[in-house]
Design a protein around this ligand. Structure first.
Ligand code: NAD
Length: 735
């Protein structure tokens, strides 16, 4: 059956219903777009039809465009993918414009048929763009429903007319939260933002839309930009107010994106240039910028990692084929910072939780984190008091291990001490279901060693959360040497229940994420010691798209933690330990009572309220600045290769088995330059031959830590890319 169907009722209202079978959310396929056009043509040509209502057969309206379509158009378009993408985009404009003009006379603007959009629930991307092309948008007041244009979040921008239409409806400034930040709005807010016209109860939705269509006049259906004398709200670029807006917006975008996200800049260009010309030309300009962005490797890498592969991993791309392992009753041991966070997100996802700590006070304190967080939600009107009561009712805070009876998963988050962990493992295993899985949240201890305390090591696994648990979306699942498939599936099903994104890695020092982020901080600190200007280091990192510089990162994670990791790594590696020089900087800071953000003194100086006031000038006294500072690209490459080469080594070593996990994990786990799509995508954007050359240069100048990994060298020689060779999750490097 077709994704869109049409029925005309007795009053002559043609109801076009969008309902993609076997999908929970409507997404627009290429074929379906052609069907929409045929149905609109048919309705416009039929004298019995007075107007059209477009709606959905589901309680959501649309999730957007099937992003795989864009990739396939690029591939099909042979030597000229830009032309293919542009033609595709212009075809979409043509169809939506036909709907918008609705058969009216081009000169008099009379005689068109009204088209209303009855939005049954959440509506995003192309769904919203179709709605914007209609003459009236009516949305259900369902509390879960949201509407918006979140394209910018995956590295593109609304290219189906949404940018041009919405900015012309409300003005460039007012459109910014929706277009530039990708904010999804609840119905009432969407109405005040001018994105929709009306909010009604679900039961009245279709009838309200029908009545509007039956009573709309010629004047009601002419878009403002199709009327004589139209002016851009808030001012076009050469209007005094518009001038202020665009200059400000330009600065704001560059400030926020540091110039590394092509989509934001292209979006603003489309709005700016489009505002100077008639509507149809503006659509053409939007299509050109959209094509430019789609042709930029950053956008395809972002779509691939942040949308397609992230979704594939969430749906269990690497899940062993065993029956459903969803968690029924969860035990958490250790109600400190991590345990409390895990308890909250799990209870929030509907799981019953037993939260254990050494003392009742400790357990209660852990539970109170959930209470405080829910209270904040109530203040922001995101949570109801009933919901708070239900979620808190799911958490039992206790010291009694007998309460773990019936638990099918336990996550321990006690102190990072193997003896304490061994003790709680034994106690928990004696109390929980014999078939249950025991997981550790350790960040540094090898899983296979901790599993020695277990009587059933095949049911023992690492589930590594990141802090703060309620905000960080990545969960790293670590397979120990003896971990079985059921344990992996259990961990994956649990992560899916709490709506986070999992990666599955093998057991090795620091697993994957911490292994790659540590060299980033270390390289930054090493440069301070060499006399490179700390501000250059920090800004170079941010200009490369890292969320925070390496020195700030070290302050945030605390200098004592970094120093103790340095000590432990040196103890484990002995003479092979490569980072004595950076450890020296950390120890010197500690000697000067500088522990980082937590005591208001680190690489940065802080005021009494704990706010950073600037880089600490004591750094330059101890490590005087070089007279000749390096260029910014060299500083950036040192920090980027430090991370990316570690990712490649993790893949070579078999810690990572899927580069998709390496990329998604890097962006969600430690914020690796999201514009690049992750470390493997970044190396692909550079091109493996260039990357290998660059390794040789960096290694010659700065040491063997930049030595080109064998795999990268071989791929460079063959002219291969990581995604060309391993893209669909092919695990074997030997392939
Ligand atoms: P924390 O010190 O805040 O909490 C540990 C809790 O465990 C305390 O409440 C303590 O009372 C409790 N505890 C200690 N021994 C116990 C026992 N025998 N029985 C019951 N409870 C006991 O520590 P945290 O930061 O929440 O870290 C916990 C674990 O999570 C560690 O293994 C750590 O490596 C790991 N981890 C921490 C982070 C982080 O950023 N803090 C991130 C990932 C993983």
């Amino acid at each position: 059956m077709s994704d869109f169907t049409m029925k005309t009722d007795a009053d002559g209202v043609a109801i076009i219903t969008w309902d993609v079978k076997d999908k929970s959310m409507n997404v627009l396929s290429r074929e379906a777009f052609a069907t929409v056009e045929a149905l609109v043509d048919q309705a416009l040509a039929d004298d019995a039809v007075k107007g059209i209502v477009i709606t959905s057969g589901k309680d959501t309206f649309a999730g957007g465009m099937d992003l795989n379509v864009l990739a396939s158009i690029r591939e099909e378009s042979g030597d000229n993918p830009a032309q293919g993408l542009f033609d595709f985009t212009m075809n979409g404009h043509r169809i939506m414009r036909k709907m918008e003009r609705a058969g009216m006379d081009p000169k008099t603007n009379k005689g068109g048929k009204p088209v209303a959009c009855a939005i049954t629930g959440t509506c995003a991307g192309i769904g919203t763009e179709i709605a914007l092309a209609c003459h009236r948008r009516i949305m259900t007041d369902s509390p879960k429903a949201k509407i918006g244009l979140p394209e910018i979040l995956v590295g593109i921008f609304p290219g189906g007319g949404g940018t041009t239409r919405y900015s012309r409806m409300v003005g460039a400034m007012a459109a910014a939260p929706v277009l530039l930040e990708g904010r999804m709005l609840e119905p009432a807010k969407a109405k005040s933002a001018g994105l929709i016209d009306d909010v009604v109860p679900a039961a009245d939705l279709l009838e309200t839309a029908r009545q509007w269509v039956l009573t709309a006049t010629d004047a009601d259906i002419v878009k403002p930009w199709d009327q004589k004398g139209w002016k851009m709200p808030g001012g076009a670029p050469y209007h005094p107010a518009g001038f202020m807006t665009f200059v400000g917006a330009n600065a704001m975008i560059n400030g926020k994106t540091k110039g590394v996200y092509p989509a934001a800049k292209a979006l603003l260009s489309a709005v700016y240039e489009g505002a100077l010309v008639p509507f149809d030309t503006a659509l053409k300009i939007e299509a050109r910028w959209f094509t430019t962005v789609l042709m930029n490797p950053s956008s395809s890498a972002m779509i691939r990692s942040l949308f397609l592969n992230k979704q594939a991993l969430e749906k269990g791309a690497n899940r062993p084929a065993v029956p459903d392992q969803r968690v029924q009753k969860l035990g958490i041991i250790g109600a400190g910072m991590m345990g409390a966070g895990i308890a909250y997100v799990s209870a929030n996802a509907g799981i019953d939780v037993v939260l254990i700590d050494a003392t009742q006070d400790g357990a209660d304190r852990g539970k109170s984190f959930a209470e405080t967080t829910l209270d904040k939600g109530i203040q922001r009107k995101k949570v109801t008091p009933e919901k708070k009561a239900t979620v808190l009712g799911r958490i039992t805070a206790t010291t009694d291990y007998a309460a773990l009876q019936g638990c099918d998963l336990i996550v321990e988050a006690v102190f990072e001490d193997p003896r304490v962990k061994a003790e709680v493992t034994a106690k928990a295993e004696a109390a929980m279901l014999p078939t249950g899985i025991f997981a550790t949240n350790t960040s540094t201890l090898p899983i296979s060693d901790l599993a020695k305390a277990s009587t059933r090591p095949d049911q023992f696994i690492g589930i590594h959360f990141f802090s703060p648990v309620d905000k960080m979306m990545l969960v790293e699942i670590i397979r120990g040497k003896q971990t079985g498939d059921i344990a992996v599936a259990k961990a994956l099903d649990f992560v899916r229940q709490i709506r986070k994104t999992p990666i599955v890695v093998n057991d090795a020092r620091f697993f994957y994420a911490n292994r790659c982020i540590l060299p980033y901080g270390t390289e930054g600190i090493r440069m301070v010691r060499e006399g490179i200007c700390p501000a250059l280091i920090e800004n170079a990192a941010k200009l490369m798209g890292m969320p925070i510089g390496p020195l700030q990162l070290t302050d945030v994670t605390s200098i004592d933690l970094n120093a103790s990791i340095a000590r432990a790594t040196k103890a484990a590696m002995g003479d092979a330990y490569p980072d004595d020089d950076t450890a020296e900087v950390l120890f010197w800071l500690l000697d000067n009572d500088r522990h980082g953000q937590k005591n208001g003194a680190g690489f940065y100086a802080y005021d009494d309220k704990g706010k950073r006031t600037g880089l600490w000038d004591g750094l330059n006294q101890k490590y005087p600045l070089l007279a000749d500072q390096p260029d910014v690209t060299e500083v950036q490459h040192r920090m980027m290769f430090a991370q990316a080469l570690e990712a490649v080594r993790a893949f070579e070593d078999g810690v990572l088995t899927d580069i998709r996990e390496g990329d998604v994990g890097a962006i969600l786990g430690w914020g690796f330059a999201p514009w690049s799509g992750g470390p493997f995508s970044w190396l692909d954007i550079l091109g493996t031959p260039y990357a290998a050359d660059r390794c040789d240069q960096l290694a010659a100048k700065f040491g063997p830590r930049f030595a080109c990994p064998t795999l990268l060298r071989e791929m460079a020689a063959k002219g291969q890319s990581f995604y060309g060779r391993f893209g669909a999750g092919e695990a074997s490097i030997a392939a």
